[in-house]
Design a protein around this ligand. Structure first.
Ligand SMILES: NC(=O)c1ccc[n+]([C@@H]2O[C@H](COP(=O)([O-])OP(=O)(O)OC[C@H]3O[C@@H](n4cnc5c(N)ncnc54)[C@H](O)[C@@H]3O)[C@@H](O)[C@H]2O)c1
Length: 352
């Protein structure tokens, strides 16, 4: 094969075309073909050039279950794509820049991960992000409804308690809503809970599993410390300390970053842990159970985070909360009150 053709063939990351390369008549976009083709899933990251998006893209490129990785953003997507594409792992990486390339980014995707949007600054609540992020999530979900309506969606953009209802309304309007396939990512709350509980118990965090239910903001984050595995018990002071620390984990990072954003690295780790669980479910692995904010009948609210079983169809089963202690029952009532408002705010953003 001719040298230039060979170069063109391995240059999957040059799609979308780099203007400098276009001047070089040898490397035309149409000649660029992805190499590889290892079996696996097609995954898109929307907001891939951001603080979460970049480490998330890197970690997904390392995931052996991914065969094709589409990186979409409104800025810097070609740079991140070129960089990540040099990693010698199986997944083929392609970049997509700006609204005009959204449809190409989404077509054929089986899992779409969305960390697009603005993060919190000190003094802001997740709800303060609503105005900007609501519009971004709406646009991206309209693209998903059109180009990959069967994809599983992992929604990270805050406020998750409202953006998931927004996504649901967009999909309902388009006639593509499958409640099993829309998952708000609350895994970072679980990751934090596992870490903080392990610290208190003096255990390896990898051995600890804390269910965290409710939602993903302040008091709506409800760790069920009575259901921690391995079985253990906490004093009232420990329960109070742990619950608060888990609920305020995001704020702890926002304050420490002092204006430079919110959690990105631990979030990317948590997002990949969750996406990997979704992919193993899609592959047909048995017994994959994680917490997520989903369409739910566990409480009277239309959306709620709890343990779900991940399978070929997405969140195939949503589990009940199990036995709660008095502290958790009080926390649940508080969580539901705030959640109801956030859900309503999201839903009415689309229906108004
Ligand atoms: N679910 C969680 O647990 C959790 C945790 C931390 C942060 N977050 C949220 O994740 C989001 C991203 O955080 P970050 O720190 O990566 O922010 P960031 O500002 O570093 O990155 C966001 C990226 O989104 C891109 N973007 C903006 N508008 C877009 C659009 N219309 N289409 C595609 N991409 C677009 C930006 O260009 C940027 O690259 C925020 O909303 C943040 O609050 C969620």
């Amino acid at each position: 094969m001719e040298f230039n053709q060979r170069i063109a063939r391995i240059s999957a990351h040059l799609h979308p075309s780099n203007p400098q390369m276009l001047e070089n008549q040898v490397l035309r976009q149409s000649e660029c073909r992805a190499k590889g083709g290892s079996p696996g899933f097609k995954v898109a990251i929307l907001g891939a050039a951001g603080g979460i998006g970049q480490p998330l893209a890197m970690l997904m490129k390392m995931n052996p279950l991914v065969s094709l990785l589409h990186l979409y953003d409104v800025v810097n997507a070609p740079g991140v794509t070129a960089d990540i594409s040099h990693m010698d792992t199986g997944a083929v990486v392609r970049g997509f820049l700006g609204q005009a390339q959204l449809e190409n980014a989404l077509t054929g995707m089986e899992l779409v991960i969305i960390p697009a949007g603005v993060p919190r600054k000190p003094g802001m609540t997740r709800d303060d992000l609503f105005k900007i992020n609501a519009g971004i999530v709406k646009t991206l979900c309209e693209g998903i409804a059109k180009c990959c309506p069967n994809a599983v969606v992992n929604l990270i953009s805050n406020p998750v308690n409202s953006t998931v209802p927004i996504a649901a309304e967009v999909f309902k309007k388009a006639g593509t809503f499958d409640p099993k396939k829309l998952l708000g990512v609350t895994m970072l709350d679980v990751v934090r809970a596992n870490t903080f509980v392990a610290e208190v118990l003096g255990l390896d965090p990898r051995e600890v599993n804390v269910p965290v239910v409710g939602g993903h903001a302040g008091v709506t984050i409800l760790p069920l410390l009575s259901q921690v595995k391995p079985a253990c018990s906490f004093t009232p002071e420990e329960t109070e300390y742990l619950t608060k620390r888990i609920q305020d984990g995001g704020t702890e990072v926002v304050q420490a970053k002092a204006g430079a954003g919110s959690a990105t690295l631990s979030m990317a780790y948590a997002a990949v842990k969750f996406a990997d669980a979704c992919l193993r479910g899609l592959r047909g692995d048995a017994g994959i159970v994680e917490c997520a904010f989903v369409s739910s009948q566990v409480t009277e609210l239309p959306f709620f985070a709890s343990k779900v079983k991940l399978g070929r169809g997405g969140a195939e089963e949503v589990y009940q909360l199990g036995l709660l202690n008095e502290y958790e029952r009080v926390g649940l009532e508080k969580a539901k009150k705030e959640l109801a408002e956030s859900i309503e705010k999201g839903a009415s953003f689309i229906s108004k």
